[in-house]
Design a protein around this ligand. Structure first.
Ligand SMILES: [Zn+2]
Length: 89
């Protein structure tokens, strides 16, 4: 029940496609409720898939999963680098 973020990312496209089994789906949903990073990633991943769906093709481009993982890494880096809210110079 305690999923780590990496585990969520590995299954996030299946989660969106609803091809994960019920148990894993529940675990991911629980994790998403408490993890802002994974929620943000889910949102951006969904946007990618919506664009793909608009073309009426569900074939993902070659290297998609590689790029997705790079994107996830970027998101994490970005969220780490964000300055604390209310910071003044
Ligand atoms: Zn997470």
């Amino acid at each position: 029940m305690n999923l780590d973020c990496k585990h969520v990312w590995e299954h996030i496209s299946e989660y969106i496609d609803k091809t994960v089994d019920a148990e894993l789906r529940k675990d991911i949903e629980l994790h998403l409720e408490h993890c802002e990073i994974c929620s943000a990633i889910l949102d951006s991943t969904r946007n990618i898939l919506i664009l793909t769906a608009d073309d009426r093709t569900f074939e993902l481009p070659v290297g998609y999963s590689k790029r997705l993982h790079q994107r996830l890494k970027d998101e994490i880096e970005k969220s780490k680098q964000e300055p604390p809210v209310g910071e003044t110079k």
